[in-house]
Write a protein that binds this ligand. Sequence first.
Ligand code: DQA
Length: 147
Amino acid sequence: MILLVINGPNINMLGLREPGIYGKRTYNDLLDFLRAAAKESGVELELFQSNSEGAIVDIIQWAYGKIDGIVLNPAAYTHTSIAILDALKAVSIPAVEVHLSDPNTREEFRHKSFVREACVKTIAGKGFDGYKEAMLFLKDYITEAAL
Ligand code: DQA
């Protein structure tokens, strides 16, 4: 089983970026965490980060036929991107929406998620652990769907 983890804009700035909200660990720390979690969970991983909406649409389209599930933190595009929503709907790959912080307890403009309706689950406010929870959820979800 291959999962694709997509991180959107400014997630590459973790560590430097608003550490009071996102913590002091860096994007490289997140990649190490994801690789370790995948090994433990027995899944293969593709890792992708971009600051560009179009590049995120492109990788979702690329995933069709190659990837079993998507763990997606669209970052700020969560609250703006109908293009990412449409790409997820186009490929119909099970996806879990993940946020390090909990956008629902932050500014009102973060309360709306356009991608949510194309995702099988949303996990927010659990930091790095949320990505692991998403991987484990997708592993079970995809295994059950194949039965
Ligand atoms: C975020 C929450 C978004 O509102 C914000 O724009 C981000 C990160 C999170 O992981 O908590 O960049 O997706």
